[in-house]
Every structure is written in structure tokens, then in C-alpha cells.
Design a protein around this ligand. Structure first.
Ligand code: BGC
Ligand code: NOJ
Length: 818
């Protein structure tokens, strides 16, 4: 069979679901539960873990990253009859099911199994605003005779600090503590000392038995695929003291033909005020847990929480709903891309199947960029996030590269000096204000480096971001790169020859020579945004002053940043060119082409068009646009981590999807609608259903990286879910292909469509107004001269003025002439 045709699932658009039909997908295909602090990762066989706010410091359940078999650890439900045992989610028990389906939906995952006449349906979700996963399990006897069976739940507790949990065994094999009361299994490790929180696993009916000690449940040297207690059909009522605490309920049931049993499990986290921690000596105060359990102890309560979740998502996704002639595009924009935007916004790059949840907090550049796909969805959260980021900025305008979600403090282990960081906050803030009209964010008093004695209005933080670039220019008057710019692996001041050193945090170079054309383009793009913002605020003098700096930067790019057919990428610490035809490898890079064109540099003199033709010629492949070419074949200490990767992977000539939408936008800015759309379709999962087996990662969300032409398997995707690709692709498609551009005065329309689209309909909510927009393209154009009407009234310009039109309106834009 051709590997190009193997499919493991399909979309179910009516239900906003992706239906996975095999437990054995090429990699675990995961989903996320929870929007508001309590989060779970859940694979297509219920593997994964959950945590409260911080996947490093508040992890509830254990997951074994990069283990064999892959995807070990999860919420497992075992079913056992006299003849057979199996898993309600298809794994880890190896028994093949008669039928299996995993339906990943918006904030929930549902597993359907059938074996020997018994069917089960397991739905896992985090109810809105709650600190718990709820698992609704129904078991039905589909046969004609009555059946006896045993059900076992299972999860393993993580001892809160996930890093310590996986490393410090001399301590943590002695600290585990549990309590059992009725059908609730409590996990209270370290509660006796400095923790004011515990977790629990509950089921809403009486149980036959339980286990809380892993070894007792699994049996010596056995795995989760074949626990001894399940094989024996009997749990051991073990109480864990140290070692590895788990939670497992055992319930015997007898089902008449056609009978269904419904069980509601709650896996919860609660915090207790220090003075109220204990019920009596050594016995924890269970009231907060009981209160949480009481919310989900009947089928009706759980069903209504699920309904609320559905309504929440449907309302949210309906804020921008598009209908174009291409269902694959609609599906991406209306469902999965927006959903992924929420997830990346919530988690930055912290916890996924590829991000272990212990390594990285919230990234400064990542989180700012994530807001551009999310500002129209939940603007209040974007406001809060921008202000949190602003508080980690330092007084000189630079920024901590990351912050920890629990403390919201800048992470000093990583530090700063990634010189693209500051300007992303200008972008996120302007985008937020254009979406919401909320200029008040600029007046918020925000500290520098979380030091409350240094508060200044958020606007001042933006100004310092701008100044940071102009205060850090190199010999060509281009921005100094610092440790790295957007490309974390272009470490021009690192010079590392020691394999034990981190590329990200080592800096040897004098740092006042190496310059970045990516930051130059970014500065021009977002410097212009800043100037436009100043003008909105009537700060004309400041605007004029900033304009001088932006003009100077454009001049520096034209003089020192143009290589003849494309924009250079950088100057290294020796002052040599990077990304030039003069180089043997790494002659052309995507980032500077994308950013300089997005900044508008070279639109007037042909450089932009030329740069994009070079991208097409040297970097474009059927699977997307590669980061650079030719790939580096040798490690070069003057380049850093980029040259450490094997050719074709990651930043060394992989297809780094995050910057593909920059080219989509750049082509749209040049009016090339077909080209722009073509690039968009090459990396967007809904267009790639027939190469699932090649791609390997989830076919409903973007992956960070697709292997490039030089790799062994071009087209193979890795690092799914947590990637700036999500927000940027949504932004490119909505702002540039469909051309829906929020602006200070209202929503502007500048579509650049594929020529073959005669009509597009868009429902867009904007600052509380509702616009039903029709884009008509009777002449088969991409862009050009148009006619815009609002409620039949012809408009001058392309903006739906918000002051005049702030209720429900019918908007029509007709492309009339190229
Ligand atoms: C990766 C980058 C990543 C960086 C920071 C590098 O190894 O290649 O994509 O941003 O680490 O964690
Ligand atoms: C992943 C990081 O999260 C992001 O910040 C960076 O821009 C890209 N890698 C490229 O290196």
C-alpha cells in the first residue's frame, strides 16, 4: 500500500470534531482539556496528564515522556469479563477491540469502544471554570444475555513538582501519601508540610475495592497494559506509603441485556486555607473536595456541564465564521485553527507531547504573537496577558525571554537579550487596540521587571521597546541580534565548542557587531505601527521623531541589507554576511524576506517582488517553504545551534511553519492571491488529509516543523500544537486572504482572494457589532478596485466606520477591476 494514502481518521464538521479510527496513529494524536488554569493533555487513547496552571510545579498525574511503549500514563479504564479484558480507550491493554473511535472535540475527548457485546463511551472534559477533569463513563450490554464485569479506573499521581518527580527518587520514593474515604481516593503528598493543596479521584457510586499503591495494583514487573489486579478481577485495597501512589477504583457490575450503567468520575484539585488544612491530626480537610464533587455527582449535572462547554465553544467560534468555496479553508478557519489559537495562547510552548512541561514557561515573543490569533476571541484575556508580559520587561526596554505562569516573574535562568523580543509587544498591543478600541490599556501602570517601585504606563513600555532597538544598533546601523532573534538557533555571539553548553544562554561575543535583518524588518513593520498609534494619541512630535528612526532603518536595509536578489539575513560577529549568495551554505533565509516585505520595504522599487521570486525559486517545496538553503552540512561556531541540526530539520532548512504565513502575507501584499493561497494550503492540515501517514502528527492542527528537502523524510511533521504557526496562519488567512483588518476607526476590508472564488460570506463580530459581509468577485480577480456598501450605502475607502455602524449590518464588497 502506498504510504501516501493511509488514513487514520476524518473531520466531523457538524460536531466540530476530528474522528480518529485507530488507537495506533503514527504518533499519539492529542487534544487539550480546559481553558482557565486547569489543563489536561489527552491522546487518542486517553494518555497524557493534567495540571493546575503550571505543568512543572502543579502537575497532578504522571506521564512518561519519550517512554516505550510511547504514550504511557493516562486516565485508564479497564473492563474485565471472565473471558477478556480491554481498555475503554483502546490502550494500554493490547486486546484488539471490535470497534474503536476517539472523537477529539472542542475541550473534550470521547472514546467509543465495543468488545464482545459490551460497548463503552468515555467522555473526558474540564468543566468551564473548574479545577477538575470529569470523566463520564457509560457501559452498555449490547448482548442478549446478562453479563458480569469488573471495571477498574487507574491513574498515577505525580508528586506535584514534575521535574523532581522524574529525578529525585532518593526523596520522592519516601514522600507519597494518600487517604481513602468511601469512593474518593485522595492524594496528599507534601500536604503535611508546605503545600496547601491536594488532589483526589472520585466516582459517584459505591466501590467494590480500590488500590492506591502502584506495585500492588500492577504486580511486580508488570506494566499498565496488564495489571495484576485487573487480571485477577480483584483490587487489593492497598494504601500507599511512599513508593508510587496511584488511584484505582474497582466496581463490579452485572448488566442485563440492553442495560447501561453510567459512572461519573472526578479528578480534582483543591486549595485549602492554611488555617483550615486539617480535619483532625493527620486527616485532611475534605470539604473543598466534597464541594467540587457535589457539582458533578449525577449524570444530569455532568451533562449540563458538557452542554455549557459546547455552547461556550460554539459562541466563541461564531465570532468569526467564514464561508468560502473551499471547505478545507472553512474548516481550518472556523474550527481547528481558532481552537489551536486558544491552546497556544493558554500554554505558550510549555506542555505538549513534545514540550515536557518542565523546560519552558511562557515565552515573551511567543505569547505576544499568540495574541494575534486570539484577540477577537477573548480580548479580556489578551489584555491581561499583554500586561503580564509588560511587567517582565526591563527598564532598558529589553525583556525576559520567558516567565513562569505561577509567579508571573521573568525567568532569570534564561534571561534576556533576544533582541526581537521587545517589538513583539508593540505588535500585540496595537493589534489588541484595533480589535477592541480599548486605548485604556496604554494607561495601565505596569512595573518593570515586576518591581512595583518602577511603575510606568504601558505606553511607556512600548516606547522603551522601540528605543531598545535604536539604542542597540550595529556597525551598519542595523539592529544588533543579541543572543538570537526570532530564530532562536541563529546564535551569532555564542561561539560554543562545548557540548555541555546551552546555545540559548551562552554568550561570548562582544555582541556589538552581529546584526539582524529580521529585526530590521520587524522594527520597520512595528515601528510604523507605533507611529500610527502615536498619531491616534495626538503625539505628533513623538510620531515624527520615530519616523526618522524608521526611515533611517529602511535606508540601512537598502544600503546594507540587500544581496542583489533577496534580503540578507544577518552579519555575524566577524562582520561577515549570513544569507548571501557569497555564502556557500545558508545563502538565502525566509525570515528577512518575510519581514522586510511585510514592512513594505522594496514594494516601490521591485526588491520585494524580487525577494519573493527568490523564495519561490530557492525555498519553496510542495510541503511548504524551507527556512533557508542550502542547509548547513557542518557545525559552525559562528552560527550556533542552527548548524547543529542535521540538514532538513528544525531551523537548519526545515520547513519552519511559523514563518510560512509571513510569505502568505507578503504575496498578498503584492496582490498575488493565487500564490498566497497556494502557500497557505501547503502547510494547513485540513488540506493534507491524504498524506497523514507521511506527516505522522495530528492532521487537525499545525505542527511547528515539517522536514525539509534535505531530510530523510521530507514532509514529515513534528512538534504539533504549540507553535506560533497557529496564530500567524489564522492572521494571514483572515487579515490578508479574506482581508478582514481591524483598524482604529473600524473594520477595514482588503481581500486578496484566489481568483477562482466568486463569492465569500463572513460573519464577524467586532466590538459588539455584528457584520454580515459578502465579498463578491464576479470577474475572477484577487484584489483591485472595489465598491463597498454598508446597509446599501456606498462607502468611501475600505473601512466600516465603527462610530456609524456599531449594530447589525450588511456589508458588501465587490471587486470590480484589477
Ligand atoms: C529549538 C528552537 C527553540 C529553542 C528554545 C531549540 O533547540 O530548535 O526551535 O525555540 O530550542 O527552546
Ligand atoms: C520555537 C520558539 O518557541 C520560538 O520562539 C522561535 O521563534 C522558533 N522556535 C524559531 O527558532
Amino acid at each position: 500500500m502506498s504510504i501516501k494514502n493511509k488514513s487514520y481518521g476524518h473531520f466531523d464538521d457538524a460536531n466540530y470534531e476530528y474522528v480518529i479510527t485507530s488507537p495506533f496513529t503514527p504518533t499519539p494524536w492529542i487534544n487539550y482539556l480546559g481553558n482557565d488554569g486547569f489543563h489536561g493533555l489527552i491522546s487518542n487513547t486517553a494518555g497524557g496528564y493534567c495540571f493546575y496552571r503550571d505543568p512543572k510545579f502543579r502537575r497532578l498525574t504522571r506521564y512518561r515522556y519519550n517512554n516505550v511503549p510511547v504514550d504511557t500514563g493516562g486516565r485508564y479504564y479497564y473492563l474485565k469479563t471472565d473471558d477478556d479484558m480491554w481498555s475503554a480507550s483502546g490502550r494500554p491493554v493490547e486486546t484488539e477491540l471490535d470497534s474503536f473511535e476517539c472523537r477529539h472535540g472542542m475541550g473534550y475527548s470521547r472514546f467509543l469502544s465495543r468488545k464482545g457485546g459490551i460497548s463503552s463511551e468515555l467522555t473526558c472534559f474540564v468543566p468551564l471554570g473548574e479545577t477538575a477533569e470529569v470523566h463520564k463513563l457509560t457501559v452498555t450490554n449490547e448482548g442478549t444475555s446478562s453479563k458480569e464485569l469488573s471495571l477498574f479506573s487507574y491513574l498515577e499521581w505525580c508528586l506535584w513538582n514534575a521535574e523532581d518527580d522524574g529525578a529525585n527518587f532518593q526523596r520522592n520514593l519516601s514522600t507519597g501519601e494518600v487517604e481513602v474515604e468511601g469512593s474518593t481516593l485522595f492524594h496528599k503528598t507534601e500536604y503535611r508540610e508546605r503545600r496547601n493543596h491536594y488532589s483526589f479521584f472520585h466516582v459517584n457510586q459505591s466501590i467494590t475495592g480500590y488500590d492506591t499503591d502502584r506495585e500492588s495494583f500492577l504486580g511486580p514487573y508488570r506494566g499498565v497494559h496488564k495489571p495484576l489486579a485487573v487480571t485477577n478481577g480483584q483490587s487489593t485495597n492497598s494504601v500507599a506509603h511512599g513508593w508510587s501512589p496511584i488511584a484505582s477504583h474497582h466496581i463490579n457490575m452485572k448488566l442485563a441485556p440492553g442495560e447501561t450503567r453510567e459512572l461519573m468520575f472526578v479528578l480534582g484539585y483543591v486549595e485549602v486555607a492554611p488555617a483550615e488544612k486539617w480535619e483532625s491530626k493527620g486527616i485532611i480537610n475534605k470539604q473543598p473536595a466534597q464541594a467540587l464533587i457535589a457539582k458533578f455527582d449525577t449524570t444530569e449535572k455532568v451533562n449540563s456541564a458538557l452542554d455549557e462547554l459546547h455552547t461556550y465553544w460554539h459562541t466563541l467560534l461564531n465570532k468569526c465564521h467564514v464561508s468560502t468555496p473551499d471547505d478545507r479553508f472553512n474548516r481550518a478557519l472556523n474550527i481547528w485553527n481558532q481552537y489551536q489559537n486558544m491552546v497556544t495562547f493558554n500554554l505558550s510552548r510549555s506542555a505538549s507531547f513534545y514540550e515536557s512541561g518542565i523546560g519552558r514557561g511562557m515565552g515573551f515573543r511567543d505569547s505576544n504573537q499568540d495574541t494575534i490569533g486570539f484577540a477577537h476571541m477573548v480580548p479580556e484575556k489578551v489584555r491581561e496577558r499583554i500586561l503580564d508580559l509588560s511587567a517582565t520587561q526591563k527598564a532598558d526596554g529589553s525583556a525576559y525571554h520567558q516567565y513562569q505562569p505561577l509567579t508571573k516573574k521573568g525567568n532569570s535562568a534564561i534571561g534576556g537579550n533576544f533582541n526581537d523580543d521587545p517589538m513583539w509587544m508593540v505588535f500585540s498591543t496595537c493589534n489588541y487596540i484595533k480589535e477592541t478600541g480599548d486605548f485604556s490599556i496604554l494607561d495601565e501602570q505596569v512595573p518593570f521587571d515586576n518591581d512595583d517601585t518602577t511603575k510606568a504606563p504601558h505606553f511607556e513600555h512600548l516606547k522603551r521597546a522601540f528605543d531598545h532597538v535604536i539604542n542597540n544598533l550595529g556597525p551598519h546601523k542595523l539592529p544588533l541580534i543579541g543572543r538570537a532573534d526570532w530564530n532562536d538557533c541563529l546564535n551569532l555571539n555564542c561561539f560554543s565548542t562545548d557540548p555541555n553548553e546551552s546555545f540559548q544562554t551562552t554568550q561570548r561575543g562582544k555582541s556589538d557587531i552581529a546584526e539582524s535583518l529580521m529585526i530590521a524588518g520587524q522594527f520597520v513593520a512595528y515601528g510604523q505601527e507605533f507611529i500610527a498609534l502615536c498619531k491616534q494619541l495626538n503625539k505628533d512630535e513623538l510620531a515624527a521623531d520615530c519616523q526618522l528612526h524608521v526611515d533611517a532603518m529602511i535606508q540601512a536595509v537598502n544600503e546594507h541589507g540587500w544581496d542583489g536578489d533577496w534580503f540578507l539575513r544577518a552579519y555575524n560577529a566577524l562582520g561577515d554576511k549570513v544569507g548571501s549568495h557569497e555564502n556557500e551554505e545558508g545563502k538565502i533565509f525566509i525570515e528577512s524576506q518575510g519581514f522586510c516585505v511585510m514592512a513594505g520595504i522594496g514594494l516601490d522599487d521591485g526588491k520585494a517582488a524580487k525577494a519573493l521570486r527568490s523564495v519561490e525559486k530557492h525555498l519553496a517545496t510542495e510541503h511548504g517553504v524551507m527556512l533557508q538553503q542550502p542547509a548547513y552540512s557542518e557545525y559552525d561556531k559562528y552560527l550556533g545551534e542552527i548548524s547543529s541540526y542535521p540538514p532538513g530539520y528544525k531551523e537548519n532548512a526545515g520547513i519552519f511553519c511559523h514563518n510560512n504565513p509571513w510569505i502568505v502575507i507578503a504575496e498578498a501584499m503584492l496582490g498575488n492571491g493565487d500564490k498566497s493561497y497556494d502557500y497557505f494550503t501547503r502547510i494547513t492540515p485540513s488540506f493534507l488529509q491524504d498524506i497523514q501517514d507521511l506527516r505522522k502528527s495530528e492532521p487537525y492542527v499545525y505542527s511547528q516543523m515539517v522536514a525539509g528537502r534535505d531530510a530523510a523524510t521530507p514532509g514529515q511533521a513534528k512538534n504539533s500544537w504549540l507553535t506560533g504557526t497557529a496564530a500567524w496562519c489564522y492572521y494571514a488567512a483572515s487579515h490578508y486572504i479574506l482581508g478582514i483588518q481591524p483598524d482604529y476607526d473600524g473594520l477595514s476590508l482588503s481581500p486578496c482572494l484566489p481568483k477562482s472564488w466568486p463569492e465569500v460570506k463572513i460573519h464577524r463580530e467586532y466590538r459588539g457589532a455584528q457584520y454580515d459581509i459578502t465579498l463578491s468577485n464576479p470577474k475572477g480577480l484577487s484584489t483591485g478596485i472595489y465598491k463597498l456598501t454598508v446597509d446599501g450605502e456606498v462607502q468611501i475607502g475600505n473601512t466600516i466606520n465603527f462610530e456609524r455602524f456599531n449594530a447589525s449590518h450588511k456589508v458588501e464588497l465587490t471587486l470590480e477591476k484589477a
